[in-house]
Write a protein that binds this ligand. Structure first.
Ligand code: HEC
Length: 430
């Protein structure tokens, strides 16, 4: 046993359950901050990177060379992001005024129980704490608001509304190619907002039928017989084998609307799709599929009204939370045109692997500070296990200014070490 492991073992034995740090009391000024540049990637998918359009680099990318082996100049990320965001072959629907570059500060620490990550970044505008609503038009409940890449938003027919997010994708060396090419392994033509496959194409595809999915999301190359074609999915049995061998990437997402209000970050993994971990997560659709009406409304005694109005969007804390301000929807409550209810209802009562990650975020002076707590030693079949001495490959993304899908700023892959040499070194807490 090395010295650190010994100290840790003694600490565990002597201190017991109280050993986990309260993340709010960690002295972050003592933990090094690594500045990770994030850039707007447009539609630079797995397929584009391997095509002749990726000039002079298609062959190298196909054989698995690291992105950073070429894109290593100072300001490489800034230059790519600022160029792509303006529109062109890789961005058919540019968002007016969008920033191409974000600097993400990452700090990491750990103790015998948990790893702690502190992220900071400046937002382009105000904090995006809202998610689209359902609005009653006098007859039906229809979606109100949307992300900036949506056609209706770009045409001014819907207001831009979407939550800010911070994502971390993580591999422990078991995903072939992740160490070199990171998140780009998961980013494919056919996904939403990326030459989206049509509903009909997805419905007609045997693999997607077997996966019980109605759209294409992030997937890993190993899950397809032809990694450049989402239609060529392997069988459910083959995918289960890859999962059992650890060939998936962990995906942790802190969400300003759907997880932050209950002090959590969601827990997912990328394999044949962008899946959520098993168990019960913190947010759930607020639409009853059969009645096409919301499932929950505000408790008027707590919120001041049973519904919100368009004027309140972004002003009032409108999170709809079970056990706090949500009550079952009453269809006879006298709904008027313009009444609005959140599309998602939140809960603190998470269960199983889906509830592993805690997180708190606060927005001050134009900057988010998010602290994520992830337990060490997780043994779920859909989690990567963080442990003392472990080295991982990580990619980061920020969704900022009312946008989703590919409208994020992303990082080239970095290494994370828990008490081990890496780009981002998690410091063991005293
Ligand atoms: C062999 C070197 C090499 C490798 C490896 C490589 N690239 Fe490139 N990449 C280039 C060159 C050179 C260009 C510029 C091509 C041009 O000017 O049209 C480029 C362009 C790009 C662009 C478009 C930028 C623009 O100005 O239009 C993106 C995005 C990109 N690369 C991402 C990646 C990612 C992600 C990876 C890893 C999966 C990667 N590259 C791997 C050399 C490389």
């Amino acid at each position: 046993m090395n010295k650190r492991a010994l100290i840790l073992a003694i600490a565990v034995l002597t201190a017991g359950p109280a050993l986990a740090a309260d993340p709010a009391t960690i002295d972050w000024s003592k933990i090094p901050a690594v500045k990770v540049p994030l850039f707007y990637p447009g539609q630079s998918s797995y397929e584009w990177l391997r095509s002749d359009a990726h000039k002079g680099a298609s062959k190298e990318t196909q054989r698995g060379d690291a992105c950073l082996s070429c894109h290593d100049e100072d300001d490489a990320e800034k230059d790519i992001g600022n160029k792509l965001v303006q529109g062109g072959a890789l961005e058919p629907t540019p968002v007016k005024g969008k920033n191409g570059f974000v600097e993400l500060s990452v700090q990491a620490a750990y103790d015998a129980r948990n790893a702690y990550f502190r992220y900071q970044w400046k937002t382009h505008g105000k904090a995006g704490i809202e998610y689209p609503y359902y609005r009653f038009d006098g007859k039906e409940w229809k979606v109100y608001g949307g992300p900036r890449l949506d056609k209706a938003v770009q045409e001014g027919k819907q207001p831009p509304i979407y939550e800010d997010r911070l994502s971390m994708m993580l591999d422990d060396g078991k995903v072939p190619g992740f160490a070199e090419q990171g998140c780009w392994l998961t980013c494919h033509d056919g996904e939403r907002d990326l030459k989206s496959a049509t509903k009909e194409e997805v419905a007609a595809n045997a693999a997607m039928q077997a996966y019980k999915k109605t759209d294409v999301r992030k997937y890993l190359p190993e899950t397809r017989t032809n990694p450049s074609d989402w239609k060529t999915g392997k069988s459910v049995e083959e995918i289960a084998k890859i999962k059992a061998a650890g060939g998936f990437a962990d995906l942790i997402q802190w969400r300003a609307h759907r997880s932050n209000p209950v002090g959590l970050a969601d827990d997912g993994y990328v394999l044949e799709w962008r899946n959520f971990d098993s168990g019960k997560k913190m947010f759930d659709s607020n639409l009853d599929k059969d009645t096409k009406q919301p499932k929950f409304m505000y408790d008027a005694k707590k919120f001041g009204a049973k519904a919100a109005t368009a004027k309140q969007v972004g002003k009032k804390e409108s999170f709809l939370i079970k056990g706090k301000n949500a009550v079952p929807f009453d269809p006879k409550a006298g709904w008027k045109e313009g009444d609005m209810l959140p599309r998602y209802v939140l809960t603190k009562d998470v269960e199983g692997s889906a509830g592993d990650n805690k997180a708190t975020g606060s927005w001050k002076k134009g900057m988010w500070t998010v602290v994520l707590t992830r337990p060490l030693g997780l043994t779920n079949d859909d989690d990567k296990t963080l442990k003392d001495g472990g080295i991982y490959h990580v990619g980061f993304a920020v969704h900022d200014d009312n946008i989703t899908t590919r409208g994020h700023q992303v990082s080239f892959v970095r290494t994370l070490g828990l008490g081990a040499k890496a780009d981002i070194q998690a410091v063991m807490l005293p």
